[in-house]
Design a protein around this ligand. Structure first.
Ligand code: UT7
Length: 318
């Protein structure tokens, strides 16, 4: 028994904030942002748009593209760092917005690795026979946890959602998964705030040691790719597409170079939505499916890295 992605979908909020727009209120410039990160613009959710709204829109498209009905879904997983509420989980709110009930629903918190963590969990649920059709969504509204005066973070992130429907299948599907974490590094990328006595203690804004995250990301992207390929007996040459977490074009291109992977086989969409954390891999995947780059039967490698630090990936036949 394998699990296989049978539908993808994504949603980006209407409002676009370009680098030029940022120049008007923070000490930065388009040239710096593009040359250091590859990002040209990001989307920002409307005041009344919550993570569950973005997630539901991406999910509806993924379900439609899978050929299933929402009522066929028997597990809902939302990977997010920016949930609607302290509780319940955003997955329960999405379940309600999809007008389904009864099946389990929960969130996964692994920051920018949330989607690959969710993919691994979905795969295990399907392989064990506990679920047949899993809806996995990565959705974020990072605009709410950014200090818009901090140029070292606010220029990098954006809002959005991507979703996949996974179903049980006799043929692969997901071939190999890998997950890791090193909690000793948690302070290098965090939002060190918490709710206490009716207010937020600490800071509710993203704090990041950019250089440390950068070097770590390149290292573990390469490690993850090699680990997955070796474990499944595949080679870089057999890989059709590498779809990494969309944080920074320089991280992605450095990894491709270390792997000897031609840039033509790298899916990079970070230029037009910035770093959308748990949403970035399914967003990039859906875009590549829609524009005809990713096709049925191709070999894909997805990899994520983020706060925790957490990292991991999956090798799959689409
Ligand atoms: O999902 C995972 C989450 N995070 C990431 O993946 C981020 C990983 N890190 C990175 O992408 C890069 O480290 C950054 C894009 C954050 C920074 O790039 P960098 O090449 O490492 O730049 P830097 O931090 O070394 O900064 C170079 C200079 C500094 O000025 P000085 O000290 O050399 O005078 C910064 O103050 O650039 C300055 N700077 C800026 N200038 C204009 C920092 N942010 C900005 C900005 N606009 N937005």
């Amino acid at each position: 028994m394998y699990s296989r992605i049978i539908g993808t979908g994504s949603y980006l909020p209407e409002k676009i904030l370009t680098n030029k727009d940022l120049e008007k209120f923070v000490d930065t410039n388009d040239e710096w942002i593009v040359s250091r990160s590859g990002i040209k613009q990001r989307h920002v959710a409307a005041d009344d748009e919550a993570t569950s709204d973005l997630a539901t829109k991406a999910a509806q498209i993924a379900i439609q593209n899978s050929g299933l009905n929402a009522s066929d879904i028997d597990l809902v997983i939302v990977a997010t760092t920016t949930p609607d509420m302290v509780f319940p989980s955003t997955a329960c709110i999405v379940q309600s917005k999809l007008n389904i009930s009864g099946c389990p629903a929960f969130d996964v918190q692994a920051v920018c690795s949330g989607f690959v963590y969710g993919l691994n969990i979905a795969d295990l649920f399907i392989k064990s026979g506990q679920a047949k059709n899993v809806l996995l969504i990565g959705a974020e509204v990072y605009s709410r946890i950014l200090d818009w005066n901090d140029r070292t973070t606010c220029v990098l992130f954006g809002d959005g959602a991507g979703a996949v429907v996974l179903s049980s299948s006799d043929s692969p599907g997901i071939l190999q998964t890998s997950l890791h974490a090193d909690g000793s590094l948690y302070k290098h990328l965090c939002v060190p705030g918490w709710v206490k006595g009716g207010k937020v203690d600490g800071s509710p804004m993203v704090q990041m040691d950019g250089g440390i995250v950068f070097k770590f990301a390149v290292k573990v992207f390469e490690q993850t790719a090699r680990e997955l390929l070796t474990a499944s007996g595949k080679t870089i040459e057999e890989l059709d597409w590498f779809i990494p977490h969309q944080a920074n074009i320089r991280i992605m291109e450095s990894t491709a170079k270390k792997l000897n992977l031609p840039l033509e086989r790298l899916v990079a969409t970070v230029d037009h939505h910035g770093n959308t954390s748990a949403a970035s891999i399914p967003l990039a995947l859906d875009e590549a499916v829609r524009d005809g780059r990713v096709n049925k039967g191709q070999l894909l490698l997805v990899a994520g890295v983020g706060g925790g630090f957490t990292w991991g990936g999956a090798l799959l036949e689409f």
